[in-house]
Design a protein around this ligand. Structure first.
Ligand code: HEM
Length: 222
């Protein structure tokens, strides 16, 4: 549905499911990250296992909720509206790469002219979204393995029952490296995502920030 204002057209973009899952997943990922950063801080300050282990356990339980809501978002990429779909995120068409190049040029020229306009996902940002989704997929998989190896939680622990404690902890230690690297990628993405939102909001005025709340974006008439 399009609504006309004096100089701009208000267009429906993000469906309700995309918006709800966006905020649930954002809150869960930030909570997961903050819990473990806080836990590291407490460990540094000398907190004991009686405090550190429940935080790790809470992180894992919230992680299981995230695995579920993340899976819902992956599924919604096949079932949602045009702008929720993987076809609007994964840059597999030539025109999309041309739009990415135009946006890159716009950034490098110090925001001269206008970037390539997109109703749904910003073409350049979508490259980062692909990396983010792959990283989150890796966080979910490594998180499940860590929960099995370090906390004996199912389903991963089911496959580790025959392993010695030493072997499980060795597996946990190497998987932890991948999981921690994922954390740094997510932290970098979050910083870039917030900067990109502010730049596009100021330069394009499509109401990008509020669009993830009410689902609509403004576009110039014509
Ligand atoms: C999606 C965002 C996530 C972020 C940003 C994140 C972040 C972290 C960080 C920074 C650590 C500490 C790593 C280290 O000490 O080297 C950690 C550990 C851990 N994570 Fe996650 N995590 C995420 C998802 C998950 C999920 C989905 C699960 C479970 C399904 C999970 C389960 C665990 C467990 C069990 C540990 C403890 C490993 C240990 O110290 O023994 N994480 N996570």
């Amino acid at each position: 549905m399009n609504e006309e204002t004096d100089s701009r057209v208000l267009t429906d973009v993000w469906d309700r499911q995309t918006r709800v899952l966006h905020w649930i997943n954002a809150i869960l990922v930030i909570t997961l990250a903050l819990l473990m950063v806080g836990r590291d801080g407490m460990e540094f300050l000398g907190a004991g296992k009686s405090l550190l282990t429940p935080i790790k356990r809470l992180h894992a339980y919230i992680g299981y909720v995230f695995v579920f809501t993340f899976a819902l978002r992956v599924w919604w990429g096949f079932a949602g509206n045009t702008y929720a779909r993987w076809s609007d995120i994964i840059p597999y068409r030539k025109e999309r790469w041309q739009a990415i190049a135009r946006n890159l040029t716009w950034y490098l020229s110090g925001f001269k002219g206008r970037p390539a306009s997109a109703t749904g996902h910003d073409p350049l940002a979508s490259v980062f979204y692909v990396v983010l989704f792959l990283t989150l997929l890796s966080q979910a998989a490594t998180g499940l393995v860590l929960s099995g190896a370090e906390l004996k939680l199912y389903p991963a622990f089911f496959f580790m029952q025959g392993m010695s404690d030493a072997a499980r902890h060795a597996l946990g230690s190497s998987i932890k490296e991948v999981h921690e690297f994922g954390f740094w990628l997510i932290a970098g993405f979050l910083a870039a995502h917030l900067c990109g939102l502010v730049v596009h909001e100021i330069k394009e005025k499509t109401g990008l920030l509020s669009s993830m709340i009410h689902g609509k974006k403004y576009f110039p008439k014509g």
